[in-house]
Design a protein around this ligand. Structure first.
Ligand SMILES: Cc1cc2nc3c(=O)[nH]c(=O)nc-3n(C[C@H](O)[C@H](O)[C@H](O)COP(=O)(O)O)c2cc1C
Length: 196
């Protein structure tokens, strides 16, 4: 199957994403997120995609984590989806900015209570003296909020990657894959095909 270009890459993204969502993938929203420190040291990890709109691709995390630190000093990132059963990959790149407090509050409020407590309890990406330290934090947080609603921690929020570059890759026989690239430009998108 080759790639049918669309004028707006978001439409093509949505088609492929919906197809992936219909497969039994476990976490069809899982995406690799690559960031780099100010000195250019790259790192990658999985996150869950929580939004894909014209203004960008949204994910949530601890702002003091390694990725959060990277994005603070170097607000550029790349996302990579790979759906093996479809023989497809999508690469998305662009500048990253924080989502609004209201948006983060709304998403945080939709999470399960135990996940909300976990967000408070985890100093994500910092050294953990032992599993017990984390369990103690979880218990202390649960006691602290009792039966009250758990507010969003000030160090936990989301980012929006404003896509300026997307590449749609479709497997071809004998490694003669299709690669369709979209570059954002004034008032629209410029497309080109790349050699595989
Ligand atoms: C499938 C999957 C989904 C994940 N989703 C998230 C997520 O949405 N947000 C997040 O902070 N970490 C998520 N994680 C954990 C991250 O991969 C990572 O371990 C963590 O965010 C710390 O990364 P860092 O130290 O590079 O900041 C996910 C892990 C997996 C395997």
């Amino acid at each position: 199957m080759s790639i049918t270009p669309r004028e707006d890459p978001l439409d093509l993204f949505r088609e492929w994403y919906a197809e992936a969502g219909r497969l039994d993938l476990g976490e069809p929203t899982a995406v690799a997120l690559a960031t780099a420190s100010a000195s250019g040291r790259p790192s990658a990890r999985m996150v869950l995609l929580k939004g894909a709109e014209a203004d960008g691709f949204v994910f949530y995390t601890n702002l003091e984590s390694r990725k959060g630190q990277d994005l603070q000093e170097n607000p550029q990132a790349a996302l990579l989806f790979h759906w093996h059963p479809l023989r497809r990959q999508i690469r998305i790149e662009g500048p990253v900015e924080p989502v609004s407090a209201a948006e983060a509050d709304a998403y945080f409020a939709s999470r399960q209570r135990d996940s909300q407590i976990g967000a408070w309890a985890s100093s994500q990406s910092r050294p953990l003296p032992g599993r017990f330290a984390l369990e103690k934090e979880v218990a202390a947080t649960a006691v602290r909020f009792g039966f009250a609603a758990v507010p969003r921690p000030p160090f936990w929020s989301g980012y929006r990657l404003r896509h300026t570059y997307l590449e749609f890759w479709n497997h071809g026989a004998f490694r003669l894959h299709d690669r369709l690239v979209y570059h954002r430009q004034e008032g629209g998108w410029r497309t080109e095909w790349l050699y595989p």
